[in-house]
Design a binder for this molecule. Structure first.
Ligand code: SAH
Length: 276
């Protein structure tokens, strides 16, 4: 497997070449406008093309680039993204290590690596060994798997997606990965459900990640966040912002905006399968 490093801000996405300026880039309007990426943190400038499949050098180069562009500053996040091979989670034939979202069917995408890295960094303090995390809209299971590696066998990670086929696929992906033993031992589980209701069984959670954009913060997710816990959730419809919600020890809430993003909507199954 060969990784080719390009020194220009050009990526191949959905079969077309794009120029990717540092702070804003254009989309292929014929593909989904919802791409699960940050509009300001797109790493731009140094990309590499991989043939499909898995590759330890591709994985390493992906993490190195995210470090170089300041997206990853945490050693733990770098280690986890290098340990869990994105190549096992993207559909066969797609480029695993390019910094771009990839369609996974059912009108969903696996988020771009810089988006996964950003969310891991924002949640890192709440993903210490033994802690509990909920991943709403778990899709391929990649980020859920990263959470599981961070909280370890003493922790508890729950992924929820409302498309049964995606949950089946995510379980198969995890079973092929370094997170397989955590899944087998039960510290990581993946479920079919409406993530807007959270997953009460293992609440409260130190960390909640929502991988699809909500029009408002679902109350059950706020209720299932532990005092002292943190939620990361994209909010908005066309214009979206990644919000970081901290629940103080007294139960009060503090919200800040991290960056502008473009995610698929957090919606009903029918609406998603009907193309929104
Ligand atoms: N974070 C995942 C997937 C992101 S795409 C990854 O990177 O692989 C967003 C996901 O949210 C899709 O898989 C979609 O099916 C799911 N989703 C959207 N609305 C949902 C809802 N109400 N409940 C559960 N999952 C939902």
């Amino acid at each position: 497997m060969r990784a080719q490093v390009l020194l220009f801000p050009t990526i191949t996405a959905y079969g077309r070449l794009y120029c990717a300026p540092r702070r804003l880039h254009r989309y292929n309007s014929s593909s989904s406008p919802f791409l699960n990426l940050s509009l300001s943190r797109f790493s731009g400038g140094l990309f590499f093309h991989m043939e499909s499949g898995t590759s330890s050098s591709g994985k390493k180069a992906m993490v190195e680039n995210l470090k170089r562009y300041g997206v990853i500053s945490s050693k733990r996040v770098a280690q986890v993204m290098e340990a869990l091979d994105r190549g096992l989670f993207v559909p066969v034939g797609s480029s695993a290590y390019v910094d771009t979202p990839v369609p996974i069917g059912y009108n969903a995408t696996i988020s771009a690596p810089h988006m996964h890295a950003t969310c891991l960094q924002l949640l890192e303090d709440k993903l210490q060994p033994g802690m509990r995390a909920l991943d709403v809209g778990s899709g391929t299971g990649y980020l859920t798997g990263c959470f599981a590696l961070m909280v370890g066998a003493e922790g508890r990670v729950v992924g929820v997606d409302h498309i049964p086929e995606l949950v089946d696929m995510s379980i198969k992906n995890i079973e092929k990965s370094v997170a397989a033993s955590l899944f087998k031992k039960g510290s990581l589980s993946l479920h079919v459900g409406d993530g807007r209701k959270g997953w009460q069984e293992f609440a409260p959670y130190d960390a909640i990640h929502v991988g699809a954009a909500a029009s408002e913060i679902p109350q059950p997710l706020l209720d299932q966040l532990k005092p002292g816990g943190r939620m990361v959730i994209p909010l908005g419809t066309y214009f979206q912002e990644l919000k970081v919600i901290d629940k103080n020890k007294d139960g009060s809430i503090k919200v800040h905006t991290e960056t502008s993003v473009r995610y698929v909507p957090l919606t009903s199954r029918d609406e998603q399968l009907g193309g929104f």
